[in-house]
Design a protein around this ligand. Structure first.
Ligand SMILES: CC(C)(COP(=O)(O)OP(=O)(O)OC[C@H]1O[C@@H](n2cnc3c(N)ncnc32)[C@H](O)[C@@H]1OP(=O)(O)O)[C@@H](O)C(=O)NCCC(=O)NCCS
Length: 189
């Protein structure tokens, strides 16, 4: 099935609001993205606000790349990126991939899992995509556990395909289908 990409809209969960990214958010995102432990494994830490602008501005014009600012009680605490282009599998249609990071000060509270569930619900109900994929480095247990807790399954591990700060890492690739997602959510209910 073809993905009919739609515009990002505001998404809400119990504790979070995900607002479509605007230029007005860039300073807040820089404040988070300048700290290594808030962004490592997603992107290199930003040195200047211009780094963040150069990296995020193209998404504002790209209908295949939807980005949300994650907020908790009104404050920006992270970013969620959704791209309707395959990269982690050879499936071309109906697939998208996700990436995310959170301010290190709010990590460990289950927010990534909550954001993943919220975006997955929106993807499957509003975008026409039938499969979500994610790639993480294997040592990033916080990230792949968040995926698993949202219902994602591990597809494969590729040894030594990710070089980060000069070190070689193995990557784990995860996927979620509409059916897997509904099953995971109904088990929790
Ligand atoms: C990855 C990230 C988004 C996870 O967000 P989070 O909200 O802190 O994650 P959660 O609180 O939902 O925790 C998820 C799971 O990871 C576990 N976890 C958290 N930190 C961990 C750590 N340092 N080592 C091992 N496990 C960890 C939690 O215990 C939880 O699993 P459990 O419920 O089985 O105990 C966050 O750590 C982050 O922003 N990291 C930097 C950027 C990044 O790595 N992005 C992902 C790129 S693919």
């Amino acid at each position: 099935m073809e993905t009919s990409v739609t515009k990002a809209t505001q998404l809400r969960s119990k504790r979070l609001i995900l607002d479509p990214l605007t230029l007005a958010d860039l300073d807040d995102i820089f404040r988070i993205a300048r700290v290594e432990k808030s962004i490592e494994d997603f992107q290199y830490a930003a040195s200047t606000p211009e780094d963040v602008r150069a990296w995020l501005e193209p998404s504002l014009e790209n209908p295949l790349n939807l980005v949300w600012t994650i907020r908790e009680q009104g404050a920006a605490i992270g970013l969620f990126d959704l791209c309707f282009e395959a990269e982690y599998s050879d499936i071309e249609n109906g697939v998208c991939r996700v990436g995310y990071f959170l301010d290190h000060q709010v990590q460990g509270r289950g927010y990534a899992t909550e954001a993943l569930i919220t975006v997955a619900d929106w993807v499957f109900s509003s975008s026409g995509a039938t499969r979500i994929e994610a790639g993480v480095t294997l040592p990033n247990k916080a990230s792949w556990r968040s995926l698993e807790k949202a219902g994602f399954l591990r597809d494969k591990i590729i040894a030594g395909n990710w070089i980060w700060h000069g070190e070689v890492h193995d990557s784990a690739y995860y996927y979620l289908t509409d059916e897997l997602f509904r099953r995971a959510q109904s088990c929790k209910a």
